[in-house]
Ligand binder design. Structure first.
Ligand code: ATP
Length: 281
């Protein structure tokens, strides 16, 4: 099977890069996700929210095959990992980038060496070329060239996020998973990181799956939002869809005191108008 050619269009002609159907995940007697469905479309930034402990990380880890699922089907870029052999799985893995919470850089490796970890794992390149590629990624995420030889302990929180993003982009992925990328950053650092994500999406054509608690991120860069609750995706769509959705948590989240200072509450909240009202003002 040629994975690159797999059909990924849905009935409406949209290019679905990730499709989860009937996904159930649990631990012992505890069911965390029950019959969950989700689609992510090519080129979008999908913001994934939900109360603490609802299973956002569990879903991301399940999609990345770090956790087993009890049932259901997940297709990424038109392919189901369960149906692939090892070389095909590796080829598909190379098309995905992941930024875990807290950056998760290897503390004993420099930034350059961290970025080269996936290159070493999946590619066979001469060191000089890997050095050049690492420098390209470092510039791409807005770090200075001399960050290459620094260790994570020598970097600020914002620089660590950028270095981790550079590592996630090491293999030029099509789909990038970001787990709370702006957590721990000050508002200006968070806004700059959001802008970087949006710019990379625009220039590289990335699709971004972003778990976040950051209302500003949701309103300034996300094209669509999915809300996890009651063990499934309760609602997915635009801000207007969120504002109109009748659920106490969704209402409190999108119409609460903090949201009121960010989100236009009158409906027809286009993303551009949201961006102006958000942290970037
Ligand atoms: N390996 C595990 N073993 C047992 N229970 C787990 C495991 N991983 C997660 N859980 C449980 O699954 C539920 C969902 O956890 P998860 O970390 O996905 O929540 P979350 O929505 O990402 O929360 P937060 O927003 O606080 O990060 C929690 O009740 C958690 O205790």
């Amino acid at each position: 099977m040629d994975g690159q050619q797999a059909e990924t269009r849905n009935d409406e002609g949209r290019d679905v890069v990730l499709s989860a159907r009937g996904v159930t995940v649990g631990f012992g007697s505890k069911v965390v996700l029950d019959n969950l469905n989700l689609d992510i479309y090519r080129g979008e930034i999908l913001g994934f929210v939900g109360a603490s402990g609802t299973g956002k990380s569990v879903l991301m880890r399940t999609v990345l095959r770090l956790l087993p699922r009890r049932s259901g089907n997940i297709k990424i870029l038109g392919q189901d990992f369960d149906e692939l052999d090892e070389p095909q799985r590796n080829a598909l893995d190379m098309r995905l980038g992941v930024l875990f919470q807290q950056g998760a850089l290897f503390s004993s490796l420099t930034v350059k060496e961290n970025i080269q970890v996936p290159m070493r794992e999946y590619l066979d390149l001469p060191q000089s070329l890997m050095d050049e590629l690492a420098q390209l990624k470092i510039r791409l995420v807005g770090l200075a060239a001399d960050a290459a030889d620094k260790y994570p302990s020598e970097l600020s929180g914002g620089m660590i996020k950028r270095a981790a993003l550079a590592r996630a982009l090491a293999l030029d992925p099509e789909l990038v998973f970001l787990d709370e990328p702006t957590s721990g950053l000050d508002p200006i650092g968070a806004a700059e990181f959001d802008e970087l994500i949006a710019r990379l999406r625009d220039t590289l054509g990335l699709t971004v799956y972003m778990v976040t608690h950051d209302l500003d991120s949701l309103f300034s860069v996300c094209d669509r939002i999915a809300v996890l609750g009651k063990k499934r995706v309760m609602v997915e769509g635009t801000i207007d869809d969120m504002l109109a959705f009748d659920d106490p948590w969704v209402q409190a989240y999108f119409k609460g005191k903090r949201a009121r200072s960010i989100v236009p509450q009158s409906g027809h909240a286009g993303k551009d108008s949201l961006a102006q009202d958000s942290r970037g003002k």
